[in-house]
Ligand binder design. Sequence first.
Ligand code: SAH
Ligand code: MG
Length: 199
Amino acid sequence: MNKIELEKIKQKALEDHIPIIMDDTLEVIERELTKSKPKRLLEIGTAVGYSAICFTEFLAEDGIIDTIEREHDRVMQAMENIKKAEVEDKINIIEGDAVEILPSIDKKYDAIFIDASKGKYPFFLKEALRMLNKRGIILADNVLYKGYVMSDYNKHKQRTAVRNLREFLAQLQQNNELDTEILEVGDGLAIAKKKEESL
Ligand code: SAH
Ligand code: MG
């Protein structure tokens, strides 16, 4: 991977106000991926490809990332960035709405990173659980949504997102087959792993 290009991609994304993964969140995810060395990783929410490019460093040999993005301009930018970073052979971008695409995927993944519309997290979780391999890991960004999720915040247009994020976290915690951690890094990161006894 071309690290100089990666830094440029990051700076440009920040200038353009693209909500790329925060440094502290990335650090935690990279630690998890170092341990699990996924061969197949699914990302929901590519934006301009920044996080996917970062994750390529932590794949198993011949590992591959499928990543979904619905905004055409971002898909185009992501393709360009992936080429610049010299990781085209490791990332496959799927253009479209994840809500429509996910049910049609019949592959299994070792790691699934959820980083798209917050109102859809419960649906994404249902699909992720269906596609998760044994010993698989689910990572989800922005689960505390600027602190709204844990406060009594209940106003305006974010209300549905907050309600759905709370439902998502409750579903994770109630799932007996998963060990779930919710970390206050960045905008909130959930890490859920299949418990050994459920394998
Ligand atoms: N993972 C990226 C940031 C993703 S930002 C990084 O850290 O570098 C979230 C992206 O998800 C946005 O680009 C948005 O267009 C996309 N998105 C939101 N809802 C989506 C959906 N239902 N299907 C596909 N893409 C979606
Ligand atoms: Mg995010």
